[in-house]
Design a protein around this ligand. Sequence first.
Ligand SMILES: Cc1cc2nc3c(=O)[nH]c(=O)nc-3n(C[C@H](O)[C@H](O)[C@H](O)COP(=O)(O)OP(=O)(O)OC[C@H]3O[C@@H](n4cnc5c(N)ncnc54)[C@H](O)[C@@H]3O)c2cc1C
Length: 417
Amino acid sequence: MNRFDVIVIGGGPAGSATALFLSGCGHKVALLDQARFPRDKICGEFISPAADVILERLGVLAEIDALSPVRLSGVSISSYEKTGFAVEYPPIPGSTRPMTSLSLPRMVFDRLLIERVGQAGVVVKEGHKVTDFIVEEGRVVGVRGRDDAKTPFELRAQVVVDAGGRNGVSLRRFDLKKKNRGSSKIALAAHWAVSGPLEKYCAMHISHPGYTGMAPTGPGQTNVVLVVDKKSIQGEKDLHDFYVRTVLKNPLRRELLDGGEVMEKARSVDSLAFSVRPVQIGGLVLVGDASGFIDPFTGEGIYLSLRSAQIASDVIDASFKRNDFSRGALAVYECRRKKEFRKKFLLSKILQRLIYSPALCNRVIEILARNPEQAATLVGVIGDYIPADKVVSFKFLGRLLAGAMRIDGFFSFPPSS
Ligand SMILES: Cc1cc2nc3c(=O)[nH]c(=O)nc-3n(C[C@H](O)[C@H](O)[C@H](O)COP(=O)(O)OP(=O)(O)OC[C@H]3O[C@@H](n4cnc5c(N)ncnc54)[C@H](O)[C@@H]3O)c2cc1C
C-alpha cells in the first residue's frame, strides 16, 4: 500500500496537526518522520495560550491536562538589567476565564501529538527520511526516500505537505528559502535543576550579548534558552561553558536559578529567522517552520505551526472536494496564512530591532512597566489571542515611541503613574 490522499513529511506540531485535521475530514493520510519518537527539539517549550483551542479540537488537550503540566499565568521581561515588568495574560474581552500558556517538554508534547495521529488511523512511519519528491506533469505526486535500515521507499499522494521544519526538504529541492538580511543568531538551550517554588511567569531577560527565555517545565526543572549573535561565540572553544557563563552573568537569571545547576550539555541550533518564496508547483503545501521562521523571542512557533496546519487542512480539504490540486487552488492557503499573520510577523521584526538597541529597549520597557494595560495588551498579542492590530497600530506604537522619546502628552496620552 503506497498510495494515499495526503503525505505529510514531519511529525512535529505542524505535521501532526495537519495529519489529524485531514484524517478527521476522512482523507487517507501517511505521516513520515526521519526521527523516532520521543525525539527532542531545542525550544523554549512554552506554548501560547491561544493554542489550547486548537489542541482541544485535535483531541489532545484532555490528555495534556491529565499530566498536570506547568501553566504559566503571564510573562516577565527585563531589559539590560536596568528595568522590567511582569504582567499576567489579560482575559479575552468579554470573558473572565484566566488565560495561561502551557510549558511542556517537547519530548512529551510531540510524542503525545504523534501518538494521537497513530490512534486516528493515519499511517505513521517513523525512521523514514524523505530525500526527494516525485514530480509528474509539473506537479508533486509523491515522495521518495529511505528508512533507517537504508531501504529505499516511494509513496504517492494527491497532495504532499512539507512539515519538515527549518530544514524542510522542499526548501532545498525547490530553492524556496530566502536569505535574510539580519545577522546570524545561534540558540543554546538546556534544562536546569532548581529548588524553590515553581515560577508562574515565563521570564525573558534581554541582556548583552543576547536574550534568554526561561520557563519551568516541571517541579524542580527550568528550561533556559539563550539566543545570541553568532559573532559573540567567535573564539569560544566550549559552547556549553559559554552558555553557562553567559546565563549566570545576568544577576536576575542567577536569582531565578537560585544556585540551580545545569542538568545536561547545552544543545545548539542555528536560529536565524528566514522567509520562504511562494511554492510554484501544484500538489505541494508547506506548513509550520518549513513555511518560514520568526525569531523565537515572542515564542509562538508552536501556535503558528498548529494554526497554519489548520488553515492548510481547510484548503487541502476544499481541493479534494473540487478535485483540483493545482498551484492556484493550493495557493489560497498561502494568501490566508499571510493575511492572518502579517501583522504578527511585523511585530516580531519591530521587537527584534528593539531588543538589540539597549537605550531604546530600556525606555520602552520602562514605559510598559508604568502602563500595565499596554503591557497586558502586548502580552495578549504575543499570546496570539489579541489581534496584532491592537499593537501594530499608529496609536499603540505612537504612545510607546512618544514615551520613549520622553514627549508624553504630545499624542495626548493618559499620564503615566
Ligand atoms: C531556540 C528556539 C526556541 C523556541 N522557543 C519556542 C517557544 O518557547 N515556544 C514556541 O511556540 N515555539 C518556539 N520555537 C519555535 C518552535 O520550536 C517551532 O516553531 C516548532 O517546532 C515548529 O514545528 P514544526 O512541526 O514546523 O517543525 P519541527 O518541530 O522542527 O518538526 C519537524 C519534523 O520534521 C522531521 N523531518 C525533517 N526533515 C525530514 C525529512 N526530510 N524526512 C522526514 N522527516 C523530516 C523532523 O525529524 C521533525 O520531527 C523555538 C525555536 C527555537 C529555534
